[in-house]
Design a protein around this ligand. Structure first.
Ligand code: CMP
Length: 140
């Protein structure tokens, strides 16, 4: 997902170029504006954290681009490409990462990536209800 700071900062085309150069296929994409309820549900696992209200405000501050990326080892390769959660740290330790390119700090980090195959499955279904488990399981 390209978060509101990535979309409003006009990083979408550059991020897509990086995605394609890294041999991902963009199987589906959707530009959408999250409301409070949807952003809260998406990040439900963080709902007890002190940063949660700010996270929801950030994620509803403008449109996001949600994508299904296909590739062998897509989950780990995408997480490698985006770099550490904290964009400040990414700029130092992973200067060529996407978060180093367009993120600002620990919260405003420009992009999201599923952290496991099971969370990828949940998050794909969250946004693309027509994609069934078999489709995801068949991606290696
Ligand atoms: P993301 O990878 O989308 O997963 C959860 C998001 O919560 C994370 O990126 C950041 O945007 C935000 N986040 C995680 N940890 C913190 C934190 N300690 N303080 C503020 N925001 C955070």
């Amino acid at each position: 997902m390209i978060k509101p700071d990535g979309v409003s900062g006009n990083y979408t085309e550059e991020i897509k170029r990086i995605i394609v150069e890294a041999s991902f296929d963009i199987a589906k994409e959707m530009l959408t504006q999250l409301d409070k309820e949807t952003a809260s549900a998406f990040y439900d696992e963080h709902s007890s954290r002190s940063f949660f209200p700010d996270l929801v405000t950030y994620m509803t501050s403008g449109p996001v681009l949600v994508m299904i990326l296909e590739k062998t080892n897509a989950v780990s390769d995408w997480r490698g490409l985006i770099g550490p959660t904290d964009a400040q740290k990414a700029k130092i330790s992973h200067p060529h990462s996407i978060r180093a390119l367009c993120g600002t700090d620990l919260q405003r980090n420009c992009v999201h990536g599923s952290d496991s195959r099971s969370s990828a499955e949940r998050e794909i279904k969250f946004f693309f209800e027509d994609v069934v488990s078999g489709d995801i399981a068949s991606q290696h």
